[in-house]
Design a binder for this molecule. Structure first.
Ligand code: AMP
Ligand code: ZN
Length: 118
């Protein structure tokens, strides 16, 4: 499948991994928008939050807890961090493999999207 995050899961593309278990991988975003910018993804290809179903409820919960874990390990627990998932074109989703952005290390004034809205 032509999906860069599936290729990261399979080890075909390199990544700076910070966490991995049977269902989830977390790694550094290649173009960080904050001093700490991590991505938490399911190993299984789910295109976006919009494609998730009730059967994914446990996995979605585990993704949030993995986000908490990598944020803590990055030293963000005290000052705080943002967890966000861009869903679809208006949110500026670029990679259609579900991922949580974990952002922190500075005051977060700006939205996660790289797309500039007027
Ligand atoms: P989104 O707009 O939520 O789909 O964001 C996709 C994110 O994936 C962006 O922040 C990119 O910088 C990041 N990204 C794209 N390719 C890679 C890669 N090979 N390794 C790590 N992060 C990536
Ligand atoms: Zn994928």
């Amino acid at each position: 499948m032509d999906c860069i995050f599936c290729k990261i899961v399979e080890g075909i593309l390199p990544s700076r991994k910070v966490y991995e278990d049977e269902e989830i991988v977390a790694f550094h975003d290649i173009e960080p928008l904050a001093p700490v910018h991590l991505l938490v993804i399911p190993k299984r290809h789910i295109p976006s939050l919009e494609a998730a179903t009730a059967e994914d409820a446990e996995l979605l919960g585990r993704l949030m807890l993995a986000a908490q874990r990598v944020a803590r390990e990055a030293g963000l627990a005290d000052k705080g961090y943002r967890v966000a998932t861009n869903t679809g074109p208006d949110a500026g989703q670029l990679v259609f493999h579900l991922h949580l952005h974990v952002l922190g290390g500075d005051k977060l004034g700006n939205p996660v999207s790289r797309i500039q809205h007027d």
